[in-house]
Design a protein around this ligand. Sequence first.
Ligand code: ADP
Ligand code: MG
Length: 578
Amino acid sequence: MNIISQLPKSVANQIAAGEVIHRPSSIIKELIENSIDAKSKNIKVIIKDAGKQSITVIDDGIGMTKKDSIKCINRHSTSKLSKAEDLFKVKTMGFRGEALASIAAVSEIIIKTKTDSDKVGNQLSIKDSKIIEQKEISFQRGTSINAKNLFYNIPARRNFLKSNNLETKYIIDEFLRCAIAHPEIAFILINEKAEIYNLKNSNLKKRIISVFKKSYENNLIECEEKYGAISIKGYIGKPENSKKTRGEQFIYVNDRFIKSAYLNHAIINSYEGMIEEKKFPFYILFITINTDLVDINIHPTKTEIKFEDEKLIYNLVKSSVKKSLEKFNISPSIDFDADINFTKNINFKIQSSENKKAQETYSNKKKDWEKIFENVKVENSDKLLFENTSSIENENKPVQFLENFIFKQVGEKLLIFNHKYCQQRILFEKFKNSNIKAFTNTQQSLFPQYLEFNHSDFKILQEIIDDIKSIGFNIDFFGKNSVVVNGIPSGLDDINEKEIIEGFIEEIKNNSDIKSENRDLVIKSFSKKAKIINNKVLTQLEMNLIIDRLFACKNSKYSPDGKQNYIELGIDKVENLF
Ligand code: ADP
Ligand code: MG
């Protein structure tokens, strides 16, 4: 007996539709993308009952002729792709000719459309993938597509949908993904007669601010990188504004929203040491790449993507985010911002004899500390900035508060430093940037310290011993599960060898799942335990030194653990306290 038969077209359509249309938000995405491809300037989305009852997308794009509107619901009918080679050159959002066919298979749709060259518009009513009514209508240029009763013919699917709140959230997500990628288009979203978003056409920055909050204006760091035919552009959020939820992260490739754990990792990696654990930075990045170097044809819903050279993209994203963060950190917002007079003033003051004297004594005394910073190659240190801070300090004396805090006026702002975090950052960068491979900066101990560990800790120690040596420890294995410490990095106050080496092991254990280099972890741990100055009461000189050194750091804003090293209070904030 023959048992194979062809599936009825309607069933085949429903199965295929399942690939593209999972829920109301999938319809939103496909319809908005069609409107974008149709060169619309205004797109309006109206939903009812979280899109389950009705979704309408109205645009003012090129519209469809009567013939095209009849064809558009057939599977694999598209105006965007005709040859196989075109697949690799796709510039439009759609290209498979599947969306309208799929929507027509799982809902009842009404299409109204008109082109510039047609005198009247055309309206089609479609049910079960068939046109059940067609008529001429008076209509403005553009297209309106209304999809009703989603999954009316597949009750199992309909029951599978989530609560209205959740489905509405998914819709808003898709809506915003499109709206962010196309700030040049005005978007409106109406939910049950209430206008949720009304986004005027603008530029990316303004779009971000109108989608998120006004406060984002001060949260954005520009990001830009170019490498041959690949470019990366967009905005990343300041580390201190990271959130506990992952929501506000967007990566686009050729204006197409994509999900990529790999690229997300590249970005998060660049923030390492600047944000607290389990917090997520904001980012919106657009990668533009020659269509030959990317395959977007992997999945029908097209949020996954394959790059020809994934590693290259990873590194580019990482370096562009890193660079932007560094730029932001190096030119701190201590009102060096824009005030040119301020800089001039400083240069003038350096010349004054009184100041010269202060500078001299300052630098003489400073010598004791210098050995800590020998061999330090402070990459990127902005010399002017460094000089500026020294000279301002001679004028505005810092004040210590409750041991750990230093208050200092800089320009018109009050800066409050967390002494502990500042020291950690300074030490972290000193050791990270130095290329000491041997004991060049070691101070021999009077009494060698013998330390014993349990087997598993000793195993870790074996792995990191060279990293420990590289920061100036004179340490060697000594019998089973033991080491001897003959020397420690010089210039530091009050080091407890045992505590510090245990700290290294602890840091490695705690970070075994993230891909940080062991040396970085050793340095991070060391910078948290060691101290440059350990006395409780700081002299003016010591405070100035700390501030000076901090601003010579590549990343002066955050401690290695991502805590803020200092906060700034402008006049307005201080006045508001009263
Ligand atoms: P695709 O977008 O992959 O081409 P769709 O099924 O989404 O496939 O759309 C089929 C075709 O219908 C499109 O190629 C386009 O020619 C036409 N079309 C769909 N929506 C619109 C619209 N809003 N304005 C103009 N033409 C449209
Ligand atoms: Mg489409």
